[in-house]
Design a protein around this ligand. Structure first.
Ligand SMILES: *[C@@H]1O[C@H](CO)[C@@H](O)[C@H](O)[C@H]1NC(C)=O
Ligand SMILES: *[C@@H]1O[C@H](CO)[C@@H](O)[C@H](O)[C@H]1NC(C)=O
Ligand SMILES: *[C@@H]1O[C@H](CO)[C@@H](O)[C@H](O)[C@H]1NC(C)=O
Ligand SMILES: *[C@@H]1O[C@H](CO)[C@@H](O)[C@H](O)[C@H]1NC(C)=O
Length: 212
């Protein structure tokens, strides 16, 4: 009882802190839909598919999920500064609380993870300190800002390179590829860091949000 009381007290404290330090606002839920030249991929919807404990990557549904399936809803967490919504924020997904699992509802952000033998990075939806890549919307097309980056294919010794300083560079290097990830092998959404994809199964796609 004493333990329960102190547990409830610390939960209340955590909730109070969370309320004080709300770091973002969140959009209404949306679906993520592919546009692609390949008709087998065009119009597919994305879902967060299992790659390990609390780890997901983007996999494909070939048709629109039923409206009551909230597990395919995604959200965008953004901030407001001087009444102006930020251009980039975290793409988030709610890891559902399951009766079979002790894990409560958890908001997990999209990130990318490197495959050290390739230029094809995995999409990765997981938890942990520092996880999450900032993304924005060009219209409704998902992009990653190239702010603060350089094009290292033009680097010259001792010559300080041109650095992208604004959000003008809206990179959309999204592909669907057959990938090996977390001991699974499946067709998933990936990001190609530069140049042609090292993986020959990759096909370029765009990711478009469609509000529920
Ligand atoms: C959605 O509704 C259908 C039909 O009523 C039902 O069979 C299905 O289990 C529901 N799915 C979810 C995720 O609630
Ligand atoms: C996103 O926003 C929701 C709602 O405010 C919040 O509960 C959640 O912690 C946020 N998630 C991330 C990863 O920022
Ligand atoms: C969330 O939105 C409200 C209402 O527009 C705003 O006052 C608040 O500053 C926003 N919070 C953040 C963290 O952007
Ligand atoms: C930076 O950009 C300017 C204008 O496009 C160009 O003239 C210059 O050569 C570039 N510098 C480097 C180091 O790439």
């Amino acid at each position: 009882m004493r333990l329960l009381a102190s547990l409830l007290a610390s939960l209340a404290a955590i909730t109070a802190v969370a309320a004080q330090t709300q770091t973002s606002n969140q959009t209404a839920p949306f679906y993520l839909k592919l546009t692609a030249e390949n008709p087998d991929l065009n119009g597919n919807y994305l879902y967060a598919g299992h790659t390990g404990a609390l780890q997901q990557t983007w996999l494909l549904f070939d048709s629109k999920p039923p409206a009551n399936d909230t597990s395919v809803f995604f959200y965008w967490n953004y901030t407001i500064y001087n009444d102006v919504p930020s251009q980039t924020g975290l793409l988030t997904w709610l890891f559902p609380s399951r009766p079979s699992s002790p894990v409560p509802n958890l908001w997990l952000p999209l990130d990318l993870t490197l495959d050290i033998r390739s230029n094809v990075a995995h999409t990765y939806i997981s938890s942990g300190p520092g996880y999450g890549i900032y993304v924005g919307w060009d219209g409704d097309n998902l992009y990653i800002p190239g702010a603060g980056t350089t094009d290292d294919s033009t680097n010259v010794p001792h010559v300080y390179p041109n650095v992208t300083s604004s959000f003008g560079l809206k990179l959309q290097q999204w592909y669907v590829c057959w990938v090996y990830f977390g001991s699974y092998y499946y067709q998933a959404v990936a990001w190609v860091t530069a140049g042609a994809p090292h993986n020959p199964t990759c096909e370029a796609v765009s990711i478009v949000r469609e509000f529920v």
